[in-house]
Ligand binder design. Structure first.
Ligand SMILES: CCCCC/C=C\C/C=C\C/C=C\C/C=C\CCCC(=O)SCCNC(=O)CCNC(=O)[C@H](O)C(C)(C)COP(=O)(O)OP(=O)(O)OC[C@H]1O[C@@H](n2cnc3c(N)ncnc32)[C@H](O)[C@@H]1OP(=O)(O)O
Length: 172
């Protein structure tokens, strides 16, 4: 798949945290009203990101009617949000809470409503506080991706980062 993003060639390798979720287990450390992964939001992606082998994660998302952009196909922004969630969860494998600073998405094929979209993301490495990640989405054959993404996340101190906004959080 065509893409323009070039990660730095000299990224530091990262290693799995000893307490990281085992391959095949759900990585559950975000909050229940998150648009991407929360169980308590009526309109959300409800993604369950699963630890994979090494520094990889997997997720699956049924493409529902409300996600429509062009007639009969997924909206590019919904797909981008799903990539953000899947990739943003993966640094928990290395014990690092992050926020997104950069996200690029390549749309290779129209993705029909009603399809079962699969995601696979991998951590490429780090440079200081930045973690580079890429991902693909496919409809059953990982060798035939329908979309791809590249991202840069930055490791944060969660309490400090959200201190100013925490009181405005939505609790359902
Ligand atoms: C109780 C509630 C708990 C909630 C917990 C939430 C999250 C964390 C926990 C776990 C994560 C689990 C699951 C997450 C799932 C999904 C993830 C969704 C993530 C999102 O959806 S999150 C929303 C959108 N996100 C933002 O809301 C970020 C806004 N942003 C900032 O808050 C600042 O930007 C900050 C703090 C990130 C950095 O600021 P700073 O002052 O600390 O540091 P600085 O500026 O030096 O940047 C450091 C290095 O990043 C480079 N850098 C900066 N910007 C760049 C860019 N655009 N492209 C390439 N590189 C960039 C610099 O160049 C430098 O690199 P270098 O080291 O090479 O100089």
């Amino acid at each position: 798949m065509k893409h323009a993003f070039v990660p730095p060639a000299d990224l530091e390798p990262l290693t799995r945290h000893p307490k990281a979720a085992a391959p095949g287990r759900h990585i559950a450390l975000h909050h229940s009203t998150c648009f991407g992964c929360g169980d308590d939001v009526p309109l959300g992606l409800h993604l369950k990101v699963m630890a994979g082998e090494g520094l990889t994660v997997d997720a699956q998302m049924p493409v529902q009617d409300w996600m429509q952009g062009g007639p009969g196909v997924i909206h590019g922004g919904v797909l981008s949000a799903a990539f953000d969630e899947v990739m943003g969860t993966s640094p928990l494998l290395v014990g690092a809470p992050v926020v997104t600073v950069h996200l690029e998405v390549d749309f290779a094929k129209p993705i029909p409503l009603g399809s079962d979209l699969q995601f696979h993301a991998r951590i490429l490495g780090s440079e200081r506080r930045k973690i580079y990640i890429d991902a693909i989405a496919h409809l059953g054959d990982p060798n035939a991706p329908v979309a791809g993404a590249h991202s840069v996340f930055v490791v944060i101190d969660v309490e400090k980062h959200f201190a100013e906004h925490f009181d405005k959080r939505v609790v359902l």
